[in-house]
Design a protein around this ligand. Structure first.
Ligand code: URA
Length: 205
């Protein structure tokens, strides 16, 4: 019989190795998000903040940490004497995961497989920026950066870790600080974030 030639597949986009973040289909979060939110900041920054995932305002604007959590982060930077513009700011997961609650979109914690799927993009950012210190904001970021759930936020606060030739400093997630009910405990958590950033800055010397 006749042999029908099969067209080369080279022109097909590779779903596992997407070239553009906004075209990523490595997990299913893209379906419900407005857009992917890439990191922002100097491409040679010495400090990298890693958050969890974009929130409602970040999803709509396309920029990380511009909503309430971002404003708290601004205050942390100001109090630590570090210019936020010198820091590369990104998230472990690049699409907003949410569930409807009335008219609002309520944040949902990303699943382990979503964090793992998104390592692809965090690794690209780490390779490009090559920061000396990563500041992991909260438990999801810590899990993502360390690639293990065996280290808790509580146990690593204030103790820099040496990971793959870089420093990793753990601190609270700014949204956690915003949710702390008592004013005194909130101030304490805020101060811990300030101290963590000062520590990250000292590690550069
Ligand atoms: N929370 C995050 O973890 N990241 C953002 O970009 C905004 C809120």
């Amino acid at each position: 019989g006749t042999t029908i030639p099969i067209a080369p597949e080279a022109a097909q986009p590779d779903r596992q190795q997407p070239s553009k973040l906004d075209e990523c289909r490595r997990c299913t979060l893209w379906e419900f998000a407005t857009q992917a939110v890439p990191g922002i900041g100097p491409q040679q920054a010495q400090i990298m903040f890693v958050g969890e995932q974009p929130g409602d305002q970040e999803d709509l604007s396309g920029q990380p940490f511009i909503g309430p959590a971002g404003q708290l982060l601004d205050r942390v930077c100001a109090n630590a004497g570090v210019d936020r513009e010198t820091i590369y700011v990104t998230n472990a997961v690049k699409h907003f995961k949410w569930e409807p609650r009335g008219k609002r979109r309520l944040h949902k914690t990303p699943a382990q497989q979503e964090i793992e799927a998104c390592h692809y993009w965090l690794d690209k950012e780490l390779a490009q920026v090559n920061p000396t210190v990563i500041v992991a904001l909260g438990a999801t970021a810590l899990k993502s950066v360390l690639r293990t759930a065996n280290v808790t936020l509580r146990n690593s606060l204030g103790k820099p870790m040496r990971v793959g030739g870089r420093w990793v400093v753990t601190t609270y997630h700014p949204s956690y600080v915003l949710r702390v009910p008592s004013e005194e405990a909130k101030r304490e958590a805020f101060n811990i974030m300030v101290d963590s950033l000062k520590l990250a800055h000292q590690l550069l010397e």
